[in-house]
Write a protein that binds this ligand. Structure first.
Ligand code: ACO
Length: 326
């Protein structure tokens, strides 16, 4: 059974934090951030605005575009590393906010790769007949898990959410043609939030040490990102029988413009067919590729019948790709 993407949506908070403003908080500059990453500004969630709120807003837009009512959604998967609470899952809050009473709802944690992990999972759950449709969401409030005194990480991340509605495809409609996922648990130390879990609870003694903040060995992550994203994209391109010139749009994880350029180069896809919005939002982890998909979709970067490739990479290390006929 073919599964199509029937609608996309996204939401970013109103508050913009520019590189210039960040340079008043830590020893950095617009020039350093733009040259090394391509990021100009990022969005920061308001106080009292949680991951679930952003997720629900993105979801409403995706449902509207898909023409499916919330009460008809059967499955909700939220990909996040910044849940509202450890338990219940953020997807449960989203189900309540949307009024999606019939939906089974749960979260997955695969960092920046989470949205495409959710895509593969829900595609399978629809095509094996268990569900008619699914709402998949990548949503993050990374501003709550960033050490605002660490210039090496705080300049990179932002908040936001993106969503897509998947359903059984009618003949002649689009289709998710191929998916790929991978994990290398030997490299957990390259990128993590070390504290706040059962391995290292936050206590009064360690509370000031920023252990519940993102920590990253950037150069190492960069190297693996380029290799793994290229391999994953090549696999889904090959499996769906596409040539690079048949790809209307590549939508990569939005972490660093230099990583994106390196991948476009290795895949032999011209830069104008690679969607980039990280200058506006920074790295929003699981939300990044979902927001980019929605913006690319709504801006006409591809049209019905076109082939697109999504490719992501994140903590774990994890990576994933999908080839889609729109
Ligand atoms: N402003 C000014 N200087 C800085 C800043 C800053 N914000 N941050 C670091 N520096 C300094 C460092 O201290 C270092 O100084 P030194 O040479 O005197 O020691 C110098 O700049 C170079 O630092 P590097 O870390 O080596 O810089 P690099 O060129 O590697 O760029 C970056 C860092 C942007 C983080 C890059 O490595 C990168 O993008 N890596 C990939 C990150 C990624 O893709 N993550 C994806 C997954 S995210 C997820 O899963 C949540």
């Amino acid at each position: 059974m073919e599964v199509c993407i029937a609608g996309t949506g996204s939401y970013v908070p109103e508050k913009i934090l520019t590189n210039e403003e960040l340079a008043t908080l830590v020893d950095t500059s617009d020039e350093w951030i733009v040259t090394r990453t391509g990021i100009k500004e990022r969005r920061i969630a308001a106080e009292g605005e949680y991951t679930s709120h952003m997720a629900a807003k993105a979801a409403e837009r995706a449902l509207e575009q898909a023409g499916i009512a919330a009460e008809d959604i059967e499955l909700i998967i939220v990909a996040t590393i910044t849940p509202d609470t450890f338990t219940p899952a953020t997807a449960c809050y989203v189900q309540q906010m949307l009024g999606a009473k019939r939906a089974v709802a749960f979260d997955i944690s695969a960092a920046c790769s989470g949205f495409l992990y959710a895509m593969k999972l829900s595609k399978r759950m629809i095509s094996d007949g268990a569900f008619k449709n699914a709402l998949i969401i990548g949503a993050e409030k990374l501003s709550a898990f960033v050490n605002w005194e660490d210039r090496g990480t705080c300049v990179l991340f932002g908040d936001g959410a993106g969503a897509a509605v998947l359903r059984r495809a009618e003949p002649g409609e689009g289709s998710i043609l191929a998916t790929e996922m991978g994990t290398d648990g030997n490299l957990t130390h390259l990128l993590n939030i070390p504290g706040g879990g059962s391995a290292c609870p936050i206590t009064p003694e360690n509370a000031g040490k920023h252990l519940a903040s993102l920590a990253m060995l950037g150069k190492e992550v960069f190297k693996h990102a380029v290799i793994r994203m290229k391999e994953a994209a090549e696999k889904v391109i090959e499996r769906s029988g596409l040539q690079p010139e048949q790809i209307a749009c590549v939508i990569p994880h939005q972490a660093n413009l230099r990583i994106i350029d390196a991948i476009a180069d290795r895949l032999a896809v011209p830069n104008e067919r690679v969607f980039v919005n990280l200058h506006k939002y920074g790295n929003t982890s699981a939300a990044a590729v979902a927001i980019a998909l929605d913006e690319a979709n709504r801006s006409g970067a591809f049209k019905r019948g076109d082939h697109i490739v999504l490719v992501v990479f994140g903590a774990g290390l994890t990576w994933a790709a999908a080839a889609v006929r729109w």
